[in-house]
Every structure is written in structure tokens, then in C-alpha cells.
Write a protein that binds this ligand. Structure first.
Ligand code: ZN
Length: 175
């Protein structure tokens, strides 16, 4: 698979590495929203946020925070946008999860000023209800991510048991 960030690690990209450790890379690319933009990404290839293990995400965020301070210092930024473009529909250009730190100054001409629209009370209720239901299914956020495979297997076993009972019952009815 073609990946600009994995290419960078093998020296095949114009991007320049500023910092590397066993899990996280910090780089500047030849394409930037504003001068001084830095990109933080995991050394291992993950396409989207959902695939990134909690501990690596925590490392990426800590590095984004620290390197954001360098952006303030070097470019006299008045703010930074810490940006994750998660998926094609969100403007993600490279298929490798990354956090962008974008230096901002008043009048820099960058239009990230999304205007929120007011929702009706009904729409707000429906949205909150749908999301709350889905979020509850995700379980305890204080626990590390768990694999859901055992649960699925258990469900399959129950189905098998029920279907075999059904088969036994059906067989008994056959004279
Ligand atoms: Zn990659």
C-alpha cells in the first residue's frame, strides 16, 4: 500500500523528521495549511483512529501537546489547531492516522471557522438518544479497549445450542 508516512520512515518522501521514538514520529511536510505545521503519527501503520491502541494514542497526544509549544515559540503563533482528519470524508489525505498541529495567527487567512447551526429541540433529543444508546454499548471508558470476539463466540454458541435443541425437539415429533 502506498503511504506517504511509511515512505518517510524508509527515506522515500520529502517530509523531514523532527523527532522519533519507538512509537511516535514528528515531521514537517512540504504541504502545509500554514507555515510551521507539524504532523505527529504512530510509527506503526494505522489507517484511522479506531485502530490506534489507547496507549499509542496517549503518546501521540502528549507529543502533540509538547511540540505545539515549540510552534508557539518559533512561529510566534497566537494559537494552534490540533487537527485529526479521521477518514476520507473528513479530508484525510494520507491513509495513515496522524495529528496535525497547525500554527494560527489572526488574519492568517485560513478558513477553519466552521459555523454551527442551531438544532431544533426534537432533533437534539433524537440525536442525544441515538448517541447515548450507542455509547452505552461501548462499555466502561476507564478500562482499556477490549476485543469483542469472546462475546460474539458466546452468542454463536447459544444459537447453536438453541438450534440443536430445536432439531432434537423436531426429531422427537417425527413418528
Ligand atoms: Zn503508513
Amino acid at each position: 500500500m502506498e503511504c506517504e508516512y511509511c515512505d518517510m520512515l524508509s527515506g522515500k518522501s520529502k517530509a523531514q523528521s523532527l523527532y522519533e521514538d519507538d512509537a511516535v514520529i514528528v515531521a514537517v511536510k512540504d504541504m502545509a495549511y500554514t507555515p510551521g505545521q507539524i504532523t505527529i503519527f504512530p510509527r506503526k501503520h494505522f489507517t484511522i483512529l479506531e485502530q490506534v491502541p489507547d496507549e499509542i494514542m496517549a503518546r501521540c497526544l502528549a507529543v502533540a501537546d509538547k511540540t505545539s509549544r515549540a510552534v508557539f515559540e518559533v512561529f510566534q503563533a497566537e494559537g494552534t489547531n490540533i487537527l485529526i482528519q479521521n477518514g476520507l470524508g473528513a479530508g484525510q489525505k494520507v491513509p495513515h492516522f496522524a495529528i496535525e498541529v497547525v500554527p494560527r495567527r489572526e488574519g492568517d487567512g485560513l478558513n477553519l471557522q466552521w459555523q454551527p447551526k442551531e438544532m431544533s429541540e426534537d432533533d437534539l433529543d433524537i440525536t442525544a438518544h441515538q448517541l447515548a444508546e450507542e455509547i452505552q454499548k461501548l462499555g466502561d471508558f476507564t478500562a482499556p479497549k477490549k476485543k469483542e470476539e469472546p462475546k460474539e463466540k458466546k452468542e454463536i454458541k447459544i444459537e447453536e445450542k438453541e438450534s440443536s435443541n430445536y432439531l432434537v425437539k423436531s426429531l422427537r415429533r417425527i413418528p
